[in-house]
Design a protein around this ligand. Structure first.
Ligand code: IPM
Ligand code: MN
Length: 360
């Protein structure tokens, strides 16, 4: 029976706790199908060694079947240019493994309360596809710092980068059942094409890709306007595609409407590699107290199993993913173990235990 190697970077802060809780749940659902390789990396490792991502950790991530990441970052641990070391771990993997589609499902689960009036569990279900390797992030580590008087970063939009993320978005829309509001398979292009040529180019390339997917509707929303629509009519959306920085911003807004960062998963997917982690940060203020919610990382594990299942044609993994998602809906929906960020008082380990029991 095929086993899968999961390169695991626990990282900093709550990273180890949520990663360990997720490994417990994945092992309960998958038996011995998954082989977790624990790797060094993050701001804490940098403080000890001067490296945030050791080369042997990178090689292990490159050669594994998938990567599971807890969280990284320690406040105040920064490089001389002021940028955070912890984030660098993540960004090095993103760029070196070319993880060009950052998939952020915005899904309100049964039992989870949205701050949006009139939306109950199951009433919000769309996916943000964030271009993950260029845009404003192309300048990372390469921006201009001049004499302490001027700093600049460049917004980069390439045809290849846009084509591949738009293809990803349209193909995803074809696999889904359309927007909740009207059942229409729809890709919404989020940009500022009215103002900047880079975004007008982004939109033009998305239009060209759309021509290859006529069965999917294309829709457009400026990055400012979409923040209003995501609050007023979230059920209109099916798949949203956006440049890197815009995607980074609107995906947190989307997460907030679906229960918050503590339950918001992400999958960063390239043609040959993928990294899965909760969309939250390392939450140093609650680290080491067994207080964090593992849900975002557990649901990222569900995304990982589904990606592996599709990639390797292994139905066992897809079934395990479905069982974990069902167990999550049971544990949260029946109030068996509700983490603090969702209004309960369950500890990280208690949520994991409840999920394992529901799976058993
Ligand atoms: C995210 C985070 C990252 C980003 C950080 C951790 C590098 O905010 O994944 O949304 O800025 O993209
Ligand atoms: Mn972000």
């Amino acid at each position: 029976m095929r086993k899968y190697s999961i390169a695991t970077l626990e990282g900093d802060g709550i990273g180890p706790e949520v990663a360990q809780a997720t490994i417990r749940v994945l092992r309960e659902a998958c038996g011995d199908m998954l082989d977790f390789q624990m790797l060094e990396g993050g701001a804490g490792h940098y403080q000890k060694s001067g490296e945030c991502l050791p080369e042997d950790s990178f090689t292990a991530c490159r050669d594994a079947d998938a990567i599971l990441h807890g969280a990284a970052g320690i406040p105040g641990v920064v490089y001389p240019d002021g940028t955070e070391v912890g984030n660098d771990l993540h960004l090095r993997l993103r760029f070196r493994l070319d993880l060009y589609a950052n998939v952020r499902p915005i899904k309100l689960l049964p039992g989870v309360t949205s701050p949006l009036r009139g939306f109950e569990g199951g009433g919000i279900d769309y996916v943000i596809i964030r271009e993950n390797t260029e845009g404003l992030y192309a300048s990372r580590g390469a921006g201009v710092l001049l004499r302490g008087e001027m700093a600049s970063d460049t917004l980069v939009v390439t045809r290849k980068g846009t084509e591949r993320v738009a293809e990803f978005a349209f193909n995803l829309a074809r696999q889904r059942n359309g927007a909740l509001r009207d059942g229409k398979r729809r890709v919404t292009v989020c940009d500022k094409a009215n103002i900047l040529r880079t975004y007008a180019f982004f939109r033009q390339v998305c239009d060209e890709v759309h021509a290859r997917h006529p069965d999917v509707e294309i829709d457009y929303a400026y990055a400012d306007a979409i923040t209003v629509h995501m609050v007023k009519r979230p059920d209109f959306y099916d798949v949203i595609v956006a440049e890197n920085m815009f995607g980074d911003i609107i995906s947190d807004l989307g997460a907030a409407t679906a229960g918050g960062m503590g339950i918001s998963p992400s999958g960063e997917i390239g043609d040959h590699h993928a990294l899965f982690q909760g969309a939250h940060g390392s939450a140093p203020d609650i680290a080491g107290q067994d207080a964090a919610s593992p849900m975002a990382t557990v649901l990222s594990g569900v995304m990982m199993l589904r990606w592996l299942a599709q990639r390797h044609g292994d139905a066992r993994l897809g079934e395990a993913a479905d069982r974990i998602e069902k167990a999550s809906e049971t544990v949260l929906g029946r109030g068996i173990a509700v983490p603090r960020d969702l209004g309960g008082d369950a500890r990280c380990s208690e949520v994991a235990t409840a999920l394992c029991r529901a799976l058993a």
